[in-house]
Write a protein that binds this ligand. Structure first.
Ligand code: 13P
Ligand code: SF4
Length: 322
């Protein structure tokens, strides 16, 4: 009986009371950097060394001299950090933190799609697996997709994958026809146009700011469209005092810090649920972060041939975004 109890207590990880202090100590010990996306829980954003959008995070990962990268985001983001840093350990507190958009583009089906359109340039949104990146000519994020498509010679046909909503938005902005993979994000698809219009009627002075992963019927109401970093900067610098924010509401934490006097209203999803929160992003917690750093696990491990092939279009994106 006692032995069983003892064994159990040995197996239970001990979570310190002062998690913030314990994480700070482990960071020193590991010479680690903590990178977080804006869609993480506010507590997680508060322990990060750098908080950014997907482009900023990829740039931060490319430039860090830390020995260990702790990624507070989803799998494709941590994987990108590993592709850029094969000799560093990249930790992700919950390896199950995936992405519905990345999952909407299975490599075997995409390979067949690409083979059916052989003369096309493949531009893939960073929200995809390493296997898709390895089949791409250049990667983009929501921050640089328009600029990257504009750099493609006019006579070169383009496949854009996997997000059809971002793809449509880029087509509008550039006037370029593109062949779109029909993927989408479960979070940005959930916003209700009807409820957004009602909210705007209630707050007529509020400006609508939206992420380009939203559907066109929602985007057409937006006064400003951009990546999470672009939305944050817009709210900060605009003279307007009130905003309806149409993206994952995690970003409101940094908006509120940067613009304390402003009113920030999260856009409502179709149903009375919290489904505008990304269920994948929100799998990471402070406790899992502590345990990942303590145990130096779970970490991102990759096939070296895929890593090398995926590095080429990521590096091209970073070079094209300077
Ligand atoms: P950005 O980080 O480019 O704003 O994209 C948001 C997103 O959905 C990340 O998964
Ligand atoms: Fe993927 Fe959408 Fe979540 Fe971003 S918000 S990680 S695109 S499911």
């Amino acid at each position: 009986m006692f032995a069983t109890l003892e064994r159990q207590s040995q197996q239970q990880p001990v979570i310190p009371r002062d998690l913030f202090g314990a994480i700070a100590e482990l960071k020193q010990e590991l010479n680690a950097v903590i990178l977080a996306h804006y869609y993480q829980d506010p507590d997680l954003q508060d322990v990060a060394d750098y908080i950014g959008d997907s482009l900023g995070l990829a740039q931060a990962a490319a430039n860090t001299d830390a020995d260990v990268i702790v990624f507070l985001g989803v799998h494709f983001m941590a994987e990108t950090a590993k592709i850029l840093n094969p000799h560093k350990q990249v930790l992700l507190p919950d390896l199950a933190a995936g992405c519905s958009l990345a999952d909407s583009c299975p490599p075997d089906r995409f390979a067949a799609f690409k083979a059916a359109h052989p003369n096309h340039m493949v531009i893939s949104y960073i929200n995809c697996s390493a296997a898709i990146k390895a089949m791409s000519d250049v990667i983009c994020t929501s921050a640089n997709a328009v600029a990257i498509v504009k750099q493609v010679p006019a006579n070169r046909p383009i496949i854009f994958a996997p997000d059809r909503n971002l793809g449509r938005y880029v087509m509008q902005q550039t006037g370029r026809e593109m062949l779109l993979w029909q993927g989408s994000c479960m979070v940005h698809e959930i916003f209700s146009e009807r409820k957004l219009v009602e909210l705007k009627q209630k707050y007529p002075d509020a400006q609508i700011v939206a992420h380009p992963e939203c559907e066109p019927n929602v985007l057409r109401h937006a006064e400003f469209i951009g990546s999470t970093t672009a939305l944050l900067k817009y709210v900060q610098t605009s003279p307007c005092k009130s905003f309806i924010v149409v993206t994952e509401p995690g970003v409101i934490h940094q908006m509120q810090k940067a613009s304390p006097g402003k009113q920030l209203i999260p856009a409502p999803p179709e149903h009375d649920c919290a489904c505008n929160q990304c269920p994948h992003m929100r799998l990471n917690t402070l406790e899992k972060l502590y345990l990942a750093m303590k145990n130096r696990s779970p970490e991102i491990v990759m096939d070296e041939a895929i890593r090398q092939a995926a590095l080429v279009p990521i590096q091209r994106m970073l070079d094209m975004s300077k």
